[in-house]
Design a protein around this ligand. Sequence first.
Ligand SMILES: [Zn+2]
Length: 282
Amino acid sequence: MNDIPDDAEARRAIAPVICYPTETVPKPDLALYIAARAGAVSTGEVLVPPRDARCFRVPAGHFFRISSVEGPQVGDLNLWNANDLSERFYSGKTRALHGTHVSTGDRLWSSFPHMRPMATIIEDTLDWYGIDQFGGSVHDVIGTRCDPYTGVLLSGNSYHHCCHSNLTRSLSAFLDMPPEVAETHVHDVLNVFMCTGFTRDTGQYFMKASPVRPGDYLEFFAEIDLIGSLSACPGGDCSAEHSSDTAACHPLHVEIFAPAANDLAGWEQPAPSAYEGGHGIS
Ligand SMILES: [Zn+2]
């Protein structure tokens, strides 16, 4: 290790600044969404089997709820623009704007060059959890998704029901697309109900038993036409391990709701980024 400089403590004592202050970002009209949700009716549901994934469609201006049923279970969520799969959820930018974990009022942003809200969280029954003494919290945008490539790297184990493979199979079946093409559309996830953080001493990504219980849910407003895919992670509540058939796993329930006519008066789908795209090339 290099020598510690004389002013090391002074350098460490410099206060941090927020990278992306969000005061200038337009806020969602949560009151409008919640009022519209009150009059919305169920239009469909999907039960995601354990260690598998299912796709679902949510039209712009509709709602979807992900619920825990039967037992504690975490879910890995992918979102695409239903009309253009190249526009997809951008977990890294969502993290930069809203922090490592998301809850009510936070938005799920899409990839460049679109970079607009795809969905807004309107209710989170786990919002009481906060940040625990380990630095853990719920619904992270820091993990990627469990995948067979990392499994092989770490253990040599080819496990086919990791979230990455589940999401690949579900999209392939939903859009009748070859698996090798579907795989290119799978992306870093929102870890629904998962409790995670970084260890304070080594900075390593950690997980712990999810506080989710049957009846808990996370609910979203779709800002654009969406295809979603949700994987019921083979880690179950992620208290011990994933990428195997060891953990107790449970299904997850997805339900879609349509608002009543005129209940979203004044709302418009967010436009793609206004950046003109020149990148300084003349
Ligand atoms: Zn997983």
